[in-house]
Design a protein around this ligand. Structure first.
Ligand code: CP
Ligand code: NVA
Length: 305
């Protein structure tokens, strides 16, 4: 059965994920071929949190496919307060062709998908960020020729971005080493699922607390902010806990000489990464950001076409 929604990578089998990336490659190569494929289709974009890349890439993406978007913030809809999540979903399905939602609680995106008969795309929750990981694996394939067997060292918070990278590693057969301070590692259920289900693609997922060991001979060094949106009150405590997890020249010297540096952005230079790394010739962070556009066009074509 075709997936109605794109909520987590866990829900999409490996062959469907590979098809999405193949379509994203084709869209990137020849965008004009897809210029009218979603003609006059409407995408409602719900944002409970701020965004640069997600908003711009979905808004530009749907327009490049012939459709258009509506930007709905909490100031307009007060999701769950002015109106229940179910009622918002059941109204929108009568008027638009797809919903993209960025929420705090992952259960809210799941509820929107449950109540709405139209496709729902996860634009980030506290739990995961599947569009980001899809763009990341596309970028890794471009930079390294493949994702399969590539050693990725994710250094930092075991957060939404880490969770989607872990699911993606299982789907694309990558070797992913996640190094986080004790108490800040990824959800063991996510790791356990990926270790159990990654066998079919040859994936390997390891969780550790030593960033230098994770970075050893890595093809990709990846990091994200120490304090995610919504956790701002913990910022000072987190800066302390993550101090020895900064991606700097010393850490990347452990990686392969041809390593690439990745970050989902926004970045905080001087915290999780130094300017010397993110602004170096090894950094592919803006290629990553651009690929959000191409992969999300592939997701919208697949779900809304
Ligand atoms: N990487 C990412 O999702 O960026 P935004 O928060 O700016 O959308
Ligand atoms: N982990 C970050 C990702 C931002 C794209 C956050 O949730 O704020």
């Amino acid at each position: 059965m075709k997936n109605k929604d794109f909520i987590t990578i866990r829900d999409w089998p490996a062959d469907a994920m590979n098809e999405l990336l193949a379509l994203a490659d084709a869209v990137k190569k020849n965008p004009s071929k897809y210029a009218n494929i979603l003609q006059r289709k409407a995408l409602a974009m719900i944002f409970e949190k701020p965004s640069l890349r997600t908003r711009v890439s979905f808004e530009v993406g749907i327009q490049q496919l012939g459709g258009f978007s509506l930007y709905l913030t909490q100031n307009e809809i007060h999701l769950g307060r002015r109106e229940s999540v179910g009622d918002v979903a059941r109204n929108l399905e009568r008027m638009v062709d797809g919903i993209m939602a960025r929420t705090f609680s992952h259960a809210v995106v799941e509820d929107i998908a449950r109540f709405a008969s139209i496709p729902v795309i996860n634009g980030l929750t506290d739990f995961c960020h599947p569009c980001q990981a899809l763009a990341d694996y596309m970028t890794i394939r471009e930079a390294k020729g493949a994702a399969h067997g590539i050693k990725i060292a994710y250094i930092g918070d075991g957060n939404n971005v880490a969770h989607s990278l872990i699911y993606g590693a299982a789907r694309f057969g990558a070797e992913l080493h996640v190094a986080s301070p004790a108490g800040y590692g990824p959800d063991p259920a996510v790791v356990g699922w990926a270790q159990e289900n990654g066998g079919e693609t040859g994936a390997r997922i390891e969780v550790l607390t030593d960033p230098f060991r994770a970075a050893e001979d890595a093809d990709v060094i990846y990091t994200d902010v120490w304090t995610s949106m919504g956790a701002e009150s913990e910022a000072a405590r987190r800066r302390e806990a993550f101090r020895s997890f900064q991606v700097n020249d010393g850490l990347v010297s452990r990686a392969r000489p041809d390593y690439v540096f990745m970050h989902c952005l926004p970045a905080h230079r001087g915290e999780e990464v130094t300017g010397s790394v993110i602004d170096s010739g090894r950094s592919i962070v803006f290629q990553q950001a651009e690929n959000r556009l191409h992969v999300q066009k592939a997701v919208m074509i697949t779900l809304m076409g």
